[in-house]
Every structure is written in structure tokens, then in C-alpha cells.
Design a protein around this ligand. Sequence first.
Ligand SMILES: Cc1cc2nc3c(=O)[nH]c(=O)nc-3n(C[C@H](O)[C@H](O)[C@H](O)COP(=O)(O)O)c2cc1C
Length: 356
Amino acid sequence: MSFAVRLLRALPAETAHHVTVALIERGVLAGVGRRPMADPRLRQRVWGLDFASPIGLAAGFDKDARIPAAMLDIGFAFVEVGSVTPRPQPGNERPRVFRLPRDRAVINRYGFNSLGHAAMRQRLLVSRGAICARGVLGINLGANKDSADPIADYANGVTSLGPLADFLVVNVSSPNTPGLRDLQARDRFVRLVDAVQGARAEVERAGTLPLLFKVAPDLDAESRRDIAEVAVEKKIDGLVVSNTTIARPDTLRGDHRGQAGGLSGAPLFAPSTAMLREIYERTGGAVPLIGVGGIQSGADAYAKIRAGATLVELYTALIYEGPSLIRRMAGDLARLLARDGFNHVAEAVGRDAGRR
Ligand SMILES: Cc1cc2nc3c(=O)[nH]c(=O)nc-3n(C[C@H](O)[C@H](O)[C@H](O)COP(=O)(O)O)c2cc1C
């Protein structure tokens, strides 16, 4: 663990995050490892977008799009900013994020603290050029806590932020906004998909704006099947599998394991990867998947890819390992692909999945 990471660990989790983002905003990571020449094995074209590697930053780290270009500079090929809500909202009371170091995990119940669409638009209008030059930008959309019509909130996000994004993610899986996850129930999910795809048709780049949905790892078997079926039927561009879990595995040892919220990090790896594999099998590989949950190494990223992920993302491991992790992971992933005789990452996608 680097000195800086140890120092930040001495601060309360949310304060450490604010300090980190403020330092990165002031250029403290510049040169920590400028963007590498990514191994050609790692390159992919997905949704017509060029990804230098399959490794991206998961939503929640840069909720207000303060530092996407800097995060691309440390080696992420893409960054998902947000979740962003239409109107600004403060989120839940503090403390609302807890480290479980012994478990390499975090529990958070931020509840979509967000500066809102307009503030994100302003920022991205300024930084879009710098981001474009470095990689791919995803924007993750949320709904306001007091919204009378959450589906309209998402549709609104598509029209207001779609023009500034390379891809959009509709996040219906945060455990920290009451009722939000009910949008994953089949009927409501179909209505949501129709509404946001309808909104996309009004955006100028409609034909080239991928619209993804981020799902929870806690869905029961019927809901998992429904989501996969609807994804194929409605030609959804992709699914992000998965968000944090409300489950608390017996193995947890951290003092904060009883806190309410979503659990992320190492304990999420196995359940989120099992779900990823299932969704890959149920969709017959027809829907590109972003695998998220507990990735801490190149080997973990490789396992997600073999389970069916076209791309992967992480957040929690950054807290414990610091930014040098990303470069290391990309190198290790390229080596693992070479070891197994793959000339290209796309060849490994879904290799461990079966048929259903
Ligand atoms: C502190 C924190 C805040 C998060 N905020 C969001 C968010 O706003 N929107 C979202 O879709 N996911 C959010 N997530 C979930 C992550 O994007 C990711 O799906 C999850 O943490 C699993 O990946 P990990 O184990 O690599 O962290 C958050 C995660 C953490 C740890």
C-alpha cells in the first residue's frame, strides 16, 4: 500500500474521498503513470466506440464529473460518471460510507448525492474535448428521491445529458433510494425501457447513443430471467452487472458489517460474477455486458471476461490499492490472455459460460 493510500485511510471514508477528488482535480495524479500504450490485445470496438482496454471506472467515484479526464490518464479506458439526478439533492445523512478493510469491502448509503443535470452539463461542456482525446465517457443516470415519476427522471436524463455522453447507463439498482429497484420488475422495466429508448429517439445522435441498464445482484431467479428476456426483446445495448448488494455474507468480519447500505468489494466478486455468467448465458451473448463487482486484480478482470463481460469496471479496489492498480491490472490481463493463447480480448469473452 502506498504512503498516500495509508494517509487517506486515516481519514473518515467520505472525507478521504473528497480529499482524493480535490487533489486529483488539482493535478496531483498528473504523471502518476501517464496513459500507457495499451497492449493491442486489450483493444476493442464496442457500440462503435474504441476502448483502449476493457477496464473502466465504475459509477459513484466521480458523481459530478469533476475528474473524468484525470481518471482516464491513470489508465482507465473509460469512466462512468454519476449517478446524476435531475435536480440537485444532498443524499442521506452522514456518516453514509464505511470501510471494511479486513474484508476489502465498503458499505455505502450515499443515496444519490448529486449536483444535478445542469451542473454536470456545464462541467462536461468545458471538459468534453479533453475527455474525448483520452477515452470513453459514460454517464450514469439516477432519479430524485422525491420524484413523483422516476421513469420521467431517466427519460429527462437521456435528453439532457445524452448529447454529451458516449454511452448512458440507467441505474435502477441503487439500494439507497426507496422503491428504485422495483423498476427492475418485468412490467415496470418494460415501461422504463420504452420510455428511455423513446427519449433517445429525440436526441440528435440517437442511432449512435448506446443505452445500458445497471442491475442489482440481489434479483431473484425470475427477475434475472425477465431482465435477460426483455434485454433481448427490446434490443437493449448492454447491461451493467452489477451494483452493490444488500446481502451480508457470513464471512464478513469488518466492524461496520451491520451498517445499512450496499456492500461492494471482494465479497461481491463471486455473486456478481455468477449473475454475470447467468445473464450472458440467458442472452446467448447477444447483449454486451459490463462486469462489475469485487474486481481487485488482472486475474479478477479476466475471470469476469471469461464469464461473459465485454468490459469491466471497478471502484472499491481503488480505495485499497490506489491508482497504480489500473496499469498493473492491464498488464496482468494482457499476460493472461497471451498465456491462454488469445490474440485478442474479445476472443475470451464468455469462454467459461455454458448454454441455457
Ligand atoms: C461509495 C460508492 C458509491 C457508489 N455510487 C454509485 C452510484 O452513484 N451509482 C451507481 O450506479 N453505482 C454506484 N456504486 C456502485 C459501483 O459503481 C459498483 O457497481 C459497485 O461498487 C461494485 O464494484 P466494486 O466492488 O468494484 O466497487 C457506488 C459504489 C461505492 C463503493
